[in-house]
Design a binder for this molecule. Structure first.
Ligand SMILES: CC(C)(COP(=O)(O)OP(=O)(O)OC[C@H]1O[C@@H](n2cnc3c(N)ncnc32)[C@H](O)[C@@H]1OP(=O)(O)O)[C@@H](O)C(=O)NCCC(=O)NCCS
Length: 267
């Protein structure tokens, strides 16, 4: 593939991830994919924009104020499909690709999904394996749009605050990914968010939550300023299911690594 040398204009700008909520945002996704796939991989327009964009969640990776990367997530009954991961050639080599995938996996786990599935382009299997993805399927590699792909799957840990029927209906209607802060449709909370976070922590300390919640999710500020409940960091190795292979356990721990701070990436 044609990998152009990285240019300098955006290097060092702050990285952040947002969810597409407007047509303007979607046009940013179109721009990134047009560059990365139509130009970068000689992909025909109708194959790149395949009719699935309006039944998906899209994430944008930003470098400063510029849309530099994107990822599409489609939701099936018991798995999510990650696809159309793209980073503009002039922005490659940042951590955006990794942040996008990790963010999508976390959002998916919060929505209750246990499996993420994707088609890894030939040569990118190692990239996906960093997230715990393993090749699956009888076929091995297969082909479409003139490229070879491998079916891969990531097993996601159960999120103990996964949004299910029975969850607070006002939480369910909050904007996608912003399930931990009151939405426009509900009255302001009586307590400040800080106090709410503290009381959640107290509950864990006093053991009032389910014992299997050794991994309690706590609200965490996202680089984009939103507050998405993160899956908790395991308190110790015992929190990792023993039945998992060493590879899966390692991937699971990597998955929960704390997000680097914005400053670390602004350097
Ligand atoms: C794949 C992509 C998103 C990775 O983003 P990035 O910013 O380039 O990330 P990195 O530079 O850290 O590359 C990640 C790894 O993938 C490798 N890689 C990137 N593009 C590659 C390609 N076309 N073929 C083989 N390996 C590739 C890099 O060498 C790197 O591996 P390494 O860390 O072992 O050196 C980006 O290259 C891209 O947009 N490519 C075009 C679209 C695409 O192929 N999407 C993936 C579909 S599965």
């Amino acid at each position: 593939m044609n990998r152009r040398p990285r240019q300098s204009r955006l290097v060092g700008k702050q990285e952040r991830i947002t969810i597409v909520r407007t047509l303007d945002d979607y046009s940013r996704v179109v721009a990134v994919r047009a560059i990365a796939y139509i130009d970068g991989q000689d992909c025909p327009f109708d194959e790149e924009f395949d009719g699935n964009d309006f039944c998906a969640m899209h994430l944008i990776g930003w470098l400063g104020d510029e849309p530099a990367a994107c990822l599409r997530v489609r939701f099936f009954s018991d798995f999510v499909k990650l696809e159309r991961l793209a980073v503009r050639p002039d922005c490659r080599g940042s951590t955006l690709a990794f942040r996008l995938v990790r963010h999508a996996l976390r959002l998916s786990a919060r929505k209750g999904y246990r499996y993420a599935y994707g088609h890894a382009q030939s040569g990118l299997e190692d990239f996906w394996s960093r997230f715990g993805a393993r090749p699956i399927g009888e076929l091995g590699a297969f082909e479409f749009s003139g490229r070879r792909y491998t079916e891969m799957m990531v097993e996601l840990p159960a999120h103990n605050e996964a949004i299910r029927i029975g969850a607070d209906p006002l939480v369910i209607i909050r904007p996608e990914g912003e399930w931990d802060k009151p939405g426009i449709l509900e009255p302001k909370p009586a307590t400040e968010p800080v106090e709410a976070a503290e009381s959640a922590t107290e509950l864990v300390m006093s053991g009032d939550l389910a014992p299997e919640a050794a991994t309690l999710a706590t609200p965490e500020s996202q680089p984009d300023g939103t507050s998405t409940a993160e899956i908790a960091t395991p308190a110790d190795d015992a929190a990792v299911p023993e039945r998992w292979t060493a590879d899966l356990q390692a991937a699971w721990r990597a998955f929960f690594e704390p997000q680097p701070s914005a400053q670390q990436h602004a350097a």
